[in-house]
Design a protein around this ligand. Sequence first.
Ligand SMILES: Nc1ncnc2c1ncn2[C@@H]1O[C@H](COP(=O)(O)OP(=O)(O)O)[C@@H](O)[C@H]1O
Ligand SMILES: [Mg+2]
Length: 257
Amino acid sequence: MYSMRDKSALQELIESDEFANRLNIDRKTYGLVFDKRTLNAIYEIIKKFDIDYIDFPISSGKESLIFKVKMVKGPDRVLKIYKMSTLKFSNTMTYIKGDYRFDKEKINRTNLVFVWAQKEYTNLVELKKVKANVLLPFWFYKNVLLMSYLGTKSSPARQIKDVSTDMALLYKNLKKQMYIMYNKAGIVHADLSEYNILYYRKKPYIIDVGQSVSIKHPMAEVFLQRDIKNVVTFFSHKGVQCNEQELYNYLKGDKND
Ligand SMILES: Nc1ncnc2c1ncn2[C@@H]1O[C@H](COP(=O)(O)OP(=O)(O)O)[C@@H](O)[C@H]1O
Ligand SMILES: [Mg+2]
């Protein structure tokens, strides 16, 4: 356990072997991930929100790191740290350009990752507003996002790919969440799959909405169909009766409120 109350303690933690080992990252990646700006961003968030300590890493992906954090007071939260250097510029720009909410920003390689964090934050705020089952976002600063944690003390909520439950019921509940996302928030997820849906307290939570776009984005329809395909493929394999057309019609229908 490390006290996070001063910067040197944080820096010590990050530079410690234990930390690098727990993250299972090599020195090279580690150097890229925790550059000085990222350290400062983590520090700012820790100060502002009274984070007590970083509990354990939940996920270490290509483009982000997820940590469970302990608050001085209140329930655990999650820090999502977007890696500075691995966001692919042109690929990422596809999801920003054409989204009227973000394409006003002057974007270059340096601030891209900040816009990305802001985009995930904004999407979460909009989804919360319409009462979708999503993570509650608290703040973003630079390339770091603070949100609610789903899980127990010792283990984070599972991705639906690892869950065994009544899959037909889960599909039905997920459809409702997709409906709310599309029709009430006006957002297309654009990377929806069994990896980006968590199962928590018997309900599906759609997560990872950094790339999600407004339904007015010129590629919204393409992204929507891709999401539908991923979801239907997964649930079909699980033995649920479903097909892409049916889900598409459901999402496009206006009689589902
Ligand atoms: N708030 C959270 N609570 C519990 N687990 C989480 C949370 N956020 C992310 N995770 C876990 O970390 C994984 C990666 O997070 P995600 O936001 O999907 O980032 P990435 O862009 O790396 O895929 C998720 O699939 C999920 O298992
Ligand atoms: Mg993900």
